[in-house]
Design a protein around this ligand. Sequence first.
Ligand code: DX5
Ligand code: ZN
Length: 216
Amino acid sequence: MAQINPSILSADFARLAEEARAVEGADWLHVDVMDNHFVPNLTLGVPVVEALARATETPIDCHLMIEEPDRWAPRYVEAGAGSVTFHVEAAAAPVRLAREIRAKGARASMALKPATPIEPYEDLLPELDMLLIMTVEPGFGGQAFLDIMLPKIRRTRELISKHGLELWLQVDGGVSAETIERCADAGADVFVAGSAVYGTDDPAAAVRMLRHQADE
Ligand code: DX5
Ligand code: ZN
């Protein structure tokens, strides 16, 4: 069954706890950490993730768009994230980092920007619990979905099957009622949605609707 992870980036930052609770029933709460170096935007850090983890029953899916994830990712596990995603473009030692995240008790996940191919990382897949394929250039919510990423999603799903792995395949960026079915057909099973959830009057209903569409 498809998992829907609402992205808090599109929520009202002055009411984060309330906004997190507005999507209870979602599988994970997606929290975008940006440092204004890896991406040209700045959001939140460890203390806010800690506060969010206390404020909601929904597990935290923490997406780190930061430099030096080797140093920072373990801190987000300690802050209460159940899944931590680092970008391979920023990681000095992705295998060591994935193992450290797992050893600390969270799911280890690795993200690829649109121009980063999956093929060089085929041998790393068994070290991961999830792979994130960005379907926009990371940094901002509300951007248009990049259709040109669909072949990469398909190739990644084939690699996962070929190796008989259990890892989840997440897509993030421009996922909406218009695009989610294409992603699901290509083989994604975890869907991040920011504006398509928090840009509506009823975020919880938007989550149910997206899940239904992805499962069709
Ligand atoms: C973008 C973030 C996304 C963002 C998605 O860099 O990683 O998680 O919140 O927002 P939408 O769904 O509006 O594209
Ligand atoms: Zn994200």
